[in-house]
Design a binder for this molecule. Structure first.
Ligand code: 6PG
Length: 241
């Protein structure tokens, strides 16, 4: 596990953009495609905007990128809460990734149908079941959730399926989410965590003082890949203490 400390959210986005650009370049030197799992929420928006612009844009061979989503709120694509819409507006509408290489979760069908269709897609892409995504970008909520794996929700116990749907009473919303297993098979997982709201849980996680199975985010640990935490000072004030 590697912790990358940055001053604030803006510096974090720049650091992740640089790190991602070189990871993509290195990977595409020996592989024909780069499978990138995008996180939802608000944290990655600035990163996506940076990637869509020079200097980063020109260093990435976008035609070789395949885009997936870690989870989706089951709301129409043009709803501002839709993670696919956020990524489309900030990045995917501005770079030349072939349309059939961008895989949005379908929010126009029943959530359980969207989940099984997406699982079928992932199993086709990663049929040998060894390594899945070249890079999985994840966020963490103030309650220690990640993807749409929320504390107390039975979804967190799913170990067989790669994609499931669930109802979130607190938000009166259905969600479709990847489960930990398919994410843990990534070559590289990077959490992006900023702001004081995340500090209490992040501190326990990174200082490894949290009891096991306290938070869904603890379900994420790469089987063979790398784990990176990009954090800012507000989210991890005790860094180095
Ligand atoms: C979602 C995300 C979720 C997110 C965290 C952090 O759909 O909400 O996938 O897991 O990463 O809630 O969200 P922020 O970046 O907005 O703090």
């Amino acid at each position: 596990m590697q912790v990358h400390m940055t001053k604030d959210a803006s510096e974090l986005s720049k650091e992740v953009a640089e790190w991602m650009t070189s990871l993509i370049e290195q990977t595409l030197a020996t592989k024909e495609r780069f499978c990138l799992l995008l996180s939802g929420g608000s944290t990655p928006k600035n990163l996506y905007t940076l990637l869509a612009d020079d200097p980063f844009r020109k260093h990435i061979d976008w035609t070789k990128l395949h885009i997936f989503f870690g989870d989706e709120r089951v709301v129409p694509f043009n709803d501002e809460r839709n993670n696919g819409r956020m990524a489309y507006d900030s990045l995917l509408s501005k770079v030349p990734i072939p349309k059939d290489q961008i895989h949005y979760m379908d929010t126009n069908v029943k959530p359980e149908i969207a989940a099984s269709d997406y699982e079928g897609l992932l199993r086709k892409y990663f049929d040998d079941g060894n390594t899945t995504f070249d890079l999985a970008l994840l966020g963490m909520g103030d309650d220690g959730h990640t993807l749409s794996l929320f504390p107390g929700n039975e979804a967190i116990n799913q170990t067989k399926r790669w994609v499931i749907s669930l109802y979130l009473p607190s938000q009166q919303m259905h969600r479709v989410t990847l489960t930990a297993d398919v994410v843990n098979r990534s070559a590289c997982i990077a959490f992006l965590v900023t702001g004081p709201g995340k500090a209490p849980i992040l501190n326990r996680l990174l200082r490894q003082t949290a009891a096991l199975h306290s938070y869904p985010v603890q379900l994420i640990h790469p089987t063979n890949g790398e784990l990176h935490w990009f954090v800012d000072e507000a989210a991890y004030p005790d860094y180095g203490k």
